[in-house]
Design a protein around this ligand. Structure first.
Ligand SMILES: [Zn+2]
Length: 356
């Protein structure tokens, strides 16, 4: 997730980003504040920023290989810990037992609250807990080398649900963390954490969002939605003779935007492809992909975005964004991108159809 994808708190964002830019990333942070204050979204954007290979304007690029992994919560050096429910069959549950379910629900909304999560994993709405066995698992991971030789991050969502045993055990890791290890604890209140744990954390307070900024980003998306739908439609039809002229006309229109807007547009395109992939792949009827256009069907579009082409599509968009920043000829660039996308979405889908 990018900071620009949600209504981020400018002050907190600046503090976090400055730390990364000056190579002063703390060992342990606490994000606290009421629900709806975007704590988890900030944490995910922050993590993505730390790992991003091509940081720009105090935000991650959204398209490098690390951003793609973090955008799908699949980065191997980022570990997620959250409260779970014990059951007859599983007396000692850990987050790993529910990881895919948790990720799906976070990706669906970009945030998640404890109440919703409780309803999802416990029919009788049991009190969820982070048990001590979770910290044993954490200790195993902490001592392994990170996959990329860089940071290892442990995100503890709803850390107020750590039971006493787990809190005390976690304390040891917080006291002597290996280098390049970052803990991010998230909690609605500070008071629910034990004081010894709290004393090890740098706290950052979050407030509920104000909606005015959201409206600005929404209206920007409204503006891009029409161009996006038209563009995708023409990409699908690029092999038809009478449509190529329409595609060239649209490409000229896109290329006439200034370069910052072209990059914004491609970020918007990337996000739509990412969401469509998730929709098609694992989140049917759940994912919120809002493209306000009467001729656009998420269901139909998402069938064309799948395992075989998603990374090729991302790579091509990333390459195009790079050349835009290098002042490449925008008309040629967008035409080339359109034709490549056309091949990727059309050909790969044909293969899929043949298999079914
Ligand atoms: Zn990146």
């Amino acid at each position: 997730m990018l900071f620009s994808q949600f209504n981020s708190n400018n002050k907190n964002r600046q503090v976090l980003v400055d730390g990364v830019n000056s190579d002063k990333i703390p060992h342990a942070l606490l994000f606290f504040g009421p629900s709806e204050s975007g704590k988890l979204a900030h944490a995910l954007a922050y993590i993505q920023y730390i790992f991003c290979l091509d940081k720009k304007n105090n935000d991650s690029c959204g398209v490098c290989s690390n951003c793609l992994k973090n955008g799908l919560l699949m980065h191997p050096d980022v570990h997620y810990i959250f409260p779970v429910a014990s059951s007859k069959n599983n007396q000692k549950p850990v987050s790993a037992n529910y990881l895919e379910l948790w990720k799906k629900n976070v990706l669906k909304s970009g945030d998640l609250n404890l109440e919703t999560w409780t309803e999802i994993i416990s029919k009788d709405k049991k009190n969820l807990v982070i048990y001590v066995q979770e910290i044993y698992e954490l200790e195993k991971k902490i001592n392994l080398k990170s996959y990329q030789g860089e940071y290892k991050v442990f995100l503890i969502w709803n850390a107020n649900k750590l039971n006493t045993q787990a809190s005390n055990k976690l304390l040891k890791s917080l006291e002597e963390p290996p280098t390049k290890t970052l803990f991010i604890l998230i909690s609605e209140s500070k008071e629910e954490l034990i004081t010894t744990v709290l004393s090890r954390l740098i706290s950052i307070k979050f407030q509920p969002n104000n909606n005015s900024e959201k409206t600005i980003s929404e209206s920007k998306h409204m503006l891009f939605a029409e161009t996006f739908v038209e563009w995708v439609r023409l990409c699908f039809n690029a092999n038809k003779k009478n449509k190529i002229n329409d595609l060239v006309d649209l490409v000229e229109k896109i290329a006439s935007m200034n370069r910052t807007k072209q990059l914004d547009f491609l970020n918007y395109v990337t996000e739509n492809f990412r969401k469509s992939f998730l929709y098609n792949y694992s989140l049917k009827n759940q994912l919120y992909l809002d493209i306000p256009h009467e001729n656009f069907s998420v269901e139909r579009f998402s069938c064309f975005v799948h395992r075989k082409n998603i990374f090729l599509i991302f790579n091509k968009i990333e390459e195009s964004m790079y050349y835009i920043t290098r002042n490449a000829n925008s008309k040629l660039l967008f035409l080339d991108l359109s034709l490549t996308l056309s091949k990727l979405i059309y050909k790969e889908n044909k293969v899929e159809n043949d298999l079914t």
